[in-house]
Design a protein around this ligand. Structure first.
Ligand SMILES: [Zn+2]
Length: 84
């Protein structure tokens, strides 16, 4: 288990409103924007120390749950630093 302060990326996925989004930690915005909005949809979070782990997780979730490919949160990632 990673120490919380080492976690740099958060991946959100939702089966009922199919999408996977990666966010940075700390985020510039609230990381639970879906709570209360999609009242009947169950979303889940995964937390990772490296982007590589986050990407592998999202691929696994995408395949296993038939979700679209992961998208980068436009608030957390700007086009110039998609790889950071
Ligand atoms: Zn974000």
């Amino acid at each position: 288990m990673e120490r919380y302060e080492n976690l740099k990326f958060a991946v959100y996925f939702n089966k009922n409103n199919p999408h996977i989004t990666i966010h940075k930690i700390p985020s510039t915005h609230k990381l639970d924007p879906h709570r209360g909005i999609h009242k009947y949809n169950q979303g889940s979070w995964g937390y990772f120390a490296t982007k590589r782990e986050a990407l592998e997780f999202s691929k696994y979730v995408s395949k296993g749950r038939e979700l679209p490919e992961m998208k980068h949160c436009t608030k957390c990632f700007k086009e110039s630093n998609l790889q950071s």
